[in-house]
Design a binder for this molecule. Structure first.
Ligand SMILES: Cc1cc2nc3c(=O)[nH]c(=O)nc-3n(C[C@H](O)[C@H](O)[C@H](O)COP(=O)(O)OP(=O)(O)OC[C@H]3O[C@@H](n4cnc5c(N)ncnc54)[C@H](O)[C@@H]3O)c2cc1C
Length: 396
């Protein structure tokens, strides 16, 4: 099932207009500007203008609101397709879909969020950024220091964030915080702020190895709005039921897309070598064949999780169990370790022509981009959580 309906299967995704249109934008727009985006650490404006124009930013909005109502498998393929042109663009798109899914699955049914889904996300193709990280809690998304302050129908919030991707380019920010000033650090809610309701004062730089186009410096956030902009329920639920599953599947899909593009470059190189000596199999072809084994395993892993999540549809309670938490942790750790390994393989297969930044076989940007995967929620932190769960979890 999609976000709230619509069956997705491998076959339906193959013919998906959403995916084919995104793949065209990846090839014709994102890939063209990827080198400049990376070199200048700048936002991929051209790609997002094209996605907005094609109304692809509302892919995850339920059809009842005018969106595409895409399920996880289709969204995963959309992110993977874009990643083959520009990893940073795909990461921005994935992060946006994650925020949209939180709103669609947990905010829907309230007048404010119903109107936001229809008018802003579909009508205006608004782009939403996420502020979970905070000075003092760092990578632990399930803990906040800042707290929303309620005053009748109004609320306000200030947060000192360590990393805010495309914050300056977004139309809204979805922020985690404590429910009240006397709430525990883990008693959190999600609050949406629209542009004009907040300020973001940049506190750091974003001169990183990779994912440079995500433009993610630290920032001091301060915002005010209506109490109705707080997503009902707790972040404990929206995190387990939506933010974590969407993050880990969509990130895995786009890391696969980056690895797939690197292996694709290696395959193109090997075919070229084969043409030079007809009737012979180039020595690198064997290494390429082995790399495809892992590329396929990686793809099947995220696709399988996506399809299982799509089948669950609205039965979200299951996602709060240890079985799902472990499965999603395992997907994230596995994909984030395999992607750099596969790009490394592409580099070994091609050799110097992949090492050169100005070669058509270059995998430098791919390499640097996927190195962020194991840090973007630290694998060590995730493994620590899985380790505790595995002490008590019995699979049946
Ligand atoms: C490309 C990119 C985009 C991002 N975009 C955003 C965004 O838009 N919004 C946002 O809020 N955040 C964003 N982040 C931040 C991200 O979500 C994490 O908060 C951040 O990467 C974690 O930083 P850290 O390494 O300091 O954290 P930590 O998780 O605190 O890790 C610090 C160190 O401690 C180690 N460590 C942590 N826990 C354990 C443990 N249990 N056992 C052993 N070692 C441990 C880690 O291995 C690491 O070496 C982004 C990050 C990246 C890379």
């Amino acid at each position: 099932m999609g976000i709230l309906g619509g069956v997705t299967t491998r076959a339906s995704v193959k013919g998906s207009e959403l995916v084919t249109r995104t793949a065209s934008i990846a090839a014709e727009v994102a890939a063209k500007h990827a080198t400049d985006v990376d070199a200048n650490s700048r936002f991929p404006h051209e790609t997002f203008a094209a996605l907005k124009q094609a109304k692809l930013l509302s892919a995850a909005v339920p059809a009842a609101y005018g969106g595409h109502g895409a399920g996880m498998l289709e969204l995963g393929h959309q992110c993977a397709a874009l990643a083959q042109g520009c990893g940073s663009s795909a990461m921005v798109l994935a992060m946006h879909h994650i925020q949209v899914a939180c709103i669609a699955r947990h905010g829907r049914g309230t007048p404010y969020f119903d109107a936001y889904l229809r008018d802003k996300l579909v009508g205006e193709q608004a782009l939403i950024a996420s502020i979970t990280s905070e000075n003092g809690t760092f990578g632990d998304t399930r803990s906040s220091i800042c707290a929303v302050e309620l005053d009748g129908d109004a609320m306000k919030l200030a947060k000192d964030a360590t990393t805010v991707s495309y914050g300056a380019h977004a139309d809204a920010q979805l922020v985690t915080c404590r429910r009240a000033s006397d709430a525990a650090n883990s008693d959190q809610v999600l609050v949406l702020f629209e542009r004009g309701q907040y300020t973001l004062e940049q506190t750091g730089t974003w001169d990183t190895l990779g994912m440079r186009g995500t433009c993610s410096p630290g920032a001091k956030f301060a915002g005010a709005g209506a109490a109705s902009q707080i997503i009902p329920g707790s972040f404990a639920d929206s995190s387990a039921q939506t933010m974590v599953p969407y993050s880990h599947v969509l990130w895995a899909s786009l890391w696969w897309g980056i690895a797939s593009d690197a292996i694709g470059r290696a395959a193109q190189f090997v075919r070229g070598e084969a043409r030079k000596k007809p009737g012979t199999v180039p020595p690198q072809a064997v290494r390429l064949a082995k790399a495809h084994v892992e590329l396929q395993a990686m793809r099947h892993n995220w696709e399988a999780c996506a399809m299982e999540l799509d089948e669950l549809g609205d039965s979200r309670g299951e996602l709060e169990g240890m079985g799902w938490a472990l499965k999603l942790n395992q997907l994230k750790m596995s994909a984030s370790e395999l992607a750099p390994k596969l790009v490394h393989e592409a580099l070994q297969i091609v050799g110097i022509m992949a090492y050169k930044n100005d070669s058509k076989f270059s995998v430098g940007r791919h390499y640097r981009d996927v190195l962020s995967a194991s840090l973007m929620v630290s694998n060590e932190r995730i493994a620590g959580k899985s380790a505790s769960m595995l002490l008590v979890f019995k699979d049946d």
